[in-house]
Design a protein around this ligand. Structure first.
Ligand SMILES: Cc1cc2nc3c(=O)[nH]c(=O)nc-3n(C[C@H](O)[C@H](O)[C@H](O)COP(=O)(O)OP(=O)(O)OC[C@H]3O[C@@H](n4cnc5c(N)ncnc54)[C@H](O)[C@@H]3O)c2cc1C
Ligand code: FES
Length: 384
């Protein structure tokens, strides 16, 4: 099957879509569920590892740089989904890698660090996501990342390097300390191979080192102007924790940057907070005192059978958002109905669910729902 043509408006009218993307042989989509096998594990920093996988039937992986896959694991009898960006280059299609940071107390990141080794099989849903420079061709890019948010931008940089594209890229990565910079040697190598690829690392502190030739502190507008004086001419891709991305948006707004050329992806749990939704007042337990804007909506009770918690969710609110506002912590990853992390069994009640491929029809038929994109149509009981 040939890849469908993707229609889009080039961000820079002088640039046409590189032929590589339009001539990819076979589409690998998020509907495809298969077992891959780990073939290599690489320690990147003290708390970050890359895991390399191949397909046992030897087929090549086709994806756009910046896209993510969804892993499906069985941990302690529970099926858990998590998204991880493909950190490898689509121009090296025979293996793919993900690069995972240990999250304290996190189920999947720690399981991968402690258990995934060459020969381990893993269930994977194919690539999804629109955070990719392949859909926004431009002559000049600015990549801004922090922490493990480096992974999609690394895949884009590796693709740029492998394909020898004529692009001008400035890559500014923020990390806690110099020892926390993921891929620093490889980024230096790419920069030494391409005159028009520049990197800058910004570290909060020097950490255990006595000296550090790079910048310490946080990314700010004056610093960005020093690193990339022409940043206003660039197509910007940003990925990192929610507070970092908010800081980036604020400084770009301060500089008057055109948001239409700004693209971001968050890995973090706190996306709702970043967008302001979780900062909104929590719904009251009584409809009459519901927050402004939802006063005329119905309010339903949502009971979590296992944890014995009960919250109120308005008909206009996603259940995940209402749960978080009420202090009920639930697993979630993309918050956009794509990854399946927030999948639960609905014991009773009805929801309106608008998902983006994170759940299959057979699961819906079995009464499963995604809480991040489901609004209640009645009182609900959830098996959680
Ligand atoms: C599109 C996308 C791409 C991503 N790409 C990457 C990537 O390339 N690399 C990467 O490292 N990560 C990536 N992530 C993040 C990744 O999906 C996981 O969210 C991350 O690894 C944490 O998962 P976990 O299972 O280890 O943690 P979780 O078990 O989900 O826990 C996360 C945090 O919440 C806390 N927590 C969990 N449950 C509770 C509870 N009941 N009460 C209180 N606290 C709780 C944990 O202690 C922990 O601090 C991506 C996410 C998305 C959405
Ligand atoms: S959090 Fe990804 S589908 Fe709900």
């Amino acid at each position: 099957m040939m890849r469908d043509a993707v229609q889009f408006e080039p961000a820079d009218s002088r640039v046409t879509r590189p032929s590589f993307w339009s001539s990819l042989p076979e589409r690998w989509t998020s509907d495809v569920e298969e077992t891959l096998v780990c073939c290599h594990v690489r320690q990147e920093t003290h708390d970050v590892k890359s895991f390399f996988f191949h397909s046992p039937d030897g087929r090549a992986f086709v994806f756009e740089p910046g896209q993510f896959i969804t892993l499906e694991l069985e941990i302690e009898g529970e099926t858990i989904n998590r998204c991880y960006t493909i950190s490898s280059s689509p121009a090296r299609p025979h293996t793919l890698s993900i690069t995972v940071k240990r999250v304290p107390g996190g189920k999947v990141s720690n399981w991968l660090h402690d258990n995934m080794r060459p020969g381990t099989p893993i269930r994977v849903l194919g690539p999804a996501g629109e955070f990719t420079c392949a859909r926004h061709p431009a002559r000049k890019y600015l990549f801004l990342s922090a922490g493990s948010g480096i992974t999609p931008l690394m895949s884009m940089s590796r693709a740029h390097h492998d394909l020898g594209e004529d692009r001008d890229i400035v890559f500014v990565h923020s990390a806690r300390t110099p020892d926390d910079i993921i891929f620093s040697r490889e980024l230096d190598l790419i920069a030494s191979n391409h005159a028009n690829f520049r990197t800058s690392f910004v570290c909060e502190s020097v950490g255990a080192r006595t000296s550090w030739p790079g910048v310490t502190g946080f990314l700010s507008l004056p610093l960005l102007k020093l690193i990339a004086p022409d940043f206003m001419e660039r197509e910007i891709f940003t990925c990192g924790p929610a507070p970092y991305m908010k800081a980036v948006r604020d400084l770009l707004d301060e500089g008057g940057f055109d948001r239409r050329r700004y693209h971001e992806e968050s890995f973090s749990f706190e996306t709702l907070t970043a967008d302001g939704a979780a900062d909104a007042p929590a719904p009251d337990t009584d409809v009459a005192s519901a927050p402004n804007g939802i006063a005329d909506m119905a309010a339903f009770s949502v009971s979590f059978a296992k944890s014995r918690r009960e919250i109120v969710c308005s008909s206009g609110q996603h259940v995940l958002e209402a749960a978080r506002q009420s202090g009920v912590r639930l697993p979630a990853s993309c918050t956009q109905g794509m990854c399946g992390t927030c999948k639960v069994k609905l014991v009773s009640g009805q929801v309106e669910m608008k998902h983006n491929g994170g759940i299959r029809q057979r699961e819906i038929d079995q009464g499963m729902v995604l809480l991040c994109c489901s609004k209640p149509l009645s009182d609900l009981v959830i098996d959680k």
